[in-house]
Design a protein around this ligand. Structure first.
Ligand SMILES: *[C@@H]1O[C@H](CO)[C@@H](O)[C@H](O)[C@H]1NC(C)=O
Length: 257
């Protein structure tokens, strides 16, 4: 077990290097998403460049990952530099660009854990066939996420070729039990949902924040990958049900603000 932890630690260091170096991750074997197929998916943009995928959970609230929006640990970058493109499968065009009111990163974010954030929009989105909210996983749904459960994840992350897709890509993954994730990667935390994928598949730079979805329910939010992505190691997401009360209290606080 100690050896596993040391190996896992070495790979986490590799991830740190990967994030600072030129992006070289890849989402592989993804398929194009059709317009309106995943209407809760948005592109989160900083200075109009895509940094993360977001998930509409209420008309004014987007659930995403923290690290693309972090200035220093849980302190977010200025909301004025962030926008969201909703209602388009094309990250460069279409849909609507909405300004951001505030960003709340989980207070315990750091060291690759609690990588989850809520964006509050200046104006609520108008729901349509292309823009809709996704339901959050309850404890009951979470309990059904047994090993090998098939889940899907969609993002605009880099592809194997190194190209950035303009069209949203979707791929399927399998849930890895916490016990197996601890054994394979040292990430058996309750707050984490690990995703198994084949070599040369998996999430990549630009897929952070992507919703992990089963039965049209949001069960995870993509956080990070080991090495350059597409390794034999599982990808790591934040487990949505673990954050139910933080999500509810953050939304309530931001709605009052
Ligand atoms: C998804 O729906 C199927 C069919 O209703 C059900 O058997 C399964 O447990 C659900 N999975 C989750 C994770 O809720």
């Amino acid at each position: 077990m100690a050896v596993t932890r040391i190996i896992a630690f070495a790979f986490v260091l590799a991830v740190c290097v990967g994030i600072n170096a030129a992006p070289n991750g890849r989402i592989l074997e993804g398929n194009d998403v059709a317009t309106g197929e995943l209407p809760w998916v948005v592109s989160v943009r900083v200075d109009n460049a895509h940094v993360a995928v977001g998930n509409i959970i209420e008309a004014s609230h987007i659930l995403t990952s923290g690290h693309g929006l972090s200035a220093l640990r849980s302190i977010a970058i200025a909301a004025s530099s962030v926008t969201v493109r909703a209602g388009s499968i094309n990250q460069y065009a279409g849909g609507q660009i909405v300004k951001v009111q505030s960003i709340t990163i989980h207070p315990s974010f750091g060291n690759f854990l609690h990588d989850i954030a809520i964006i509050t929009l200046q104006q609520p989105l108008t729901f349509s066939s292309k823009i809709a909210a996704i339901a959050l996983a309850t404890d009951e749904v979470n309990d059904a996420l047994v090993e090998e459960t098939e889940v899907s994840l969609a993002g605009w992350g880099l592809q194997l070729s190194g190209a950035t897709p303009y069209k949203l890509q979707v791929a399927t993954f399998k849930v890895l039990s916490s016990h197996e994730c601890e054994y394979q990667a040292g990430y058996g935390y309750d707050s984490v949902l690990c995703l198994e994928h084949g070599v040369n598949r998996g999430i990549a730079t630009g897929d952070e924040g992507a919703g992990v979805v089963v039965n049209n329910t949001l069960v995870g939010v993509a956080s990070f990958y080991f090495g350059g992505g597409g390794t034999k190691f599982p990808d790591v997401s934040s487990r949505v049900s673990y954050y139910s009360s933080w999500i509810a209290s953050t939304i309530a606080a931001q709605s009052e603000a």
